[in-house]
Design a protein around this ligand. Structure first.
Ligand code: GLY
Length: 349
């Protein structure tokens, strides 16, 4: 696959997303690394990836956080800021994330808040972060049991995606990211969805993955360019996320991965053949489709959704494959709708 460069056009916050196999060896061509660089990575990322980046920096410092959602915490945030203070980072220095969504969200929030905002670059190493969280400027940590509840919009200066890193990614992690790709296809791009349908599992995990990643990036770019701060259209990227976040917070962010919860959360948001078509793809990829956990806790966790305004929720539905509908729904009615769905799905309580 040849190099693909997508330009995210956001006025003074514009940047390039470079997708190129082998790019990790030459990221300094795409990022300004001739300064102090705080590289944030996690313990699950092969050490050679941050080290390859460090070799290309003038003055690198690597902080390695433990792998997993629990690192999106005040403790990790404080740890990174402490290093930046101790090493006397200034406004002209930068932060680079080399890892998955947790790494990117946390490192991005450090960059967004240190000295009121310094440069940030993202090198996502999981499919989930490549197709979704690494672009669009959402940064956050979890707090008080709620996901992404403290954060800021802070666009990266550049994103570099080297799909050679997928060779070391466990299949479950690849499937996790494909759930977000399928989410975007289901609400916005019928052709990308049909590519999933036409492809075997082996093709999706193999030769077709670059096309799926680039197709998803194009959707996300299109959506973010039209609605950077999520006042309207960008809400569609939350398809499946209201239930997913509730499942995650009730499971203390452990057990199921984010994309797996999104897979489960998409199904109540569509019906009939649309639900069947999405479910068929989820099962083919090896993603879960059945809700789990304590039903009443999950329903109550829905109240803490960031998409809630008063008692009204912007719920995203897929009335047809490739089409979305954002409906303002009353929280109590929405809970009833989800409760009925859980009942039908014979949820294990
Ligand atoms: N992951 C959803 C968004 O970036 O808006």
């Amino acid at each position: 696959m040849e190099k693909t460069v997508l330009h995210m056009e956001l006025g003074e916050n514009s940047y390039d997303i470079t997708v190129e196999r082998g790019a990790l060896d030459k990221v300094s061509e795409y990022m300004k690394l001739s300064r102090k660089v705080l590289i944030v990575t996690d313990s699950g990322v092969p050490r050679e990836y941050p080290e390859k980046v460090a070799k290309q920096c003038k003055e690198p410092y690597i902080v390695t956080i433990p792998e997993g959602e629990s690192s999106k915490s005040f403790e990790s945030y404080k740890e990174i800021l402490s290093v930046m203070c101790e090493k006397e980072f200034t406004r002209t220095d930068c932060v680079v994330a080399v890892g998955g969504g947790v790494c990117g969200d946390l490192a991005g929030f450090c960059a967004a808040s240190y000295m009121r905002g310094i440069d940030f670059y993202n090198i996502p190493t999981t499919v989930l972060s490549q197709v979704d969280s690494s672009i669009g400027g959402k940064t956050a940590i979890d707090f008080g049991g709620y996901k992404n509840i403290v954060g800021a919009f802070h666009q990266p200066k550049g994103v570099v995606i080297d799909n050679n890193v997928l060779a070391t990614l466990p299949e479950r992690r690849i499937a996790d990211g494909l759930s977000e790709a399928l989410k975007m296809a289901a609400t916005y791009d019928k052709e990308l969805f049909e590519l999933f349908e036409r492809s075997t599992r082996e093709e999706i995990f193999g030769e077709t993955i670059d096309r799926i990643i680039i197709g998803s990036l194009k959707i996300k770019k299109d959506v973010v360019e039209q609605d950077e701060k999520e006042t309207g259209l960008r809400k569609i990227l939350n398809f499946g996320h209201t239930v997913a976040h509730a499942l995650e917070s009730c499971g203390d962010f452990s057990g199921y991965f984010h994309g797996e919860c999104v897979a489960i959360g998409m199904l109540p948001m569509c019906e009939g053949t649309v639900r069947e078509r999405i479910k068929t793809q989820l099962l083919k990829i090896g993603l879960p489709t059945k809700p789990f956990g304590d039903k009443s806790r999950i329903l109550s966790a829905i109240a803490h959704d960031k998409k809630l305004a008063g008692t009204t929720l912007s719920a995203v539905y897929a009335p047809e494959i490739g089409r979305y509908e954002i409906r303002k729904v009353d929280l109590a009615e929405y809970r009833k709708e989800i409760s009925d769905y859980f009942e039908k799905e014979d949820m294990t309580v």
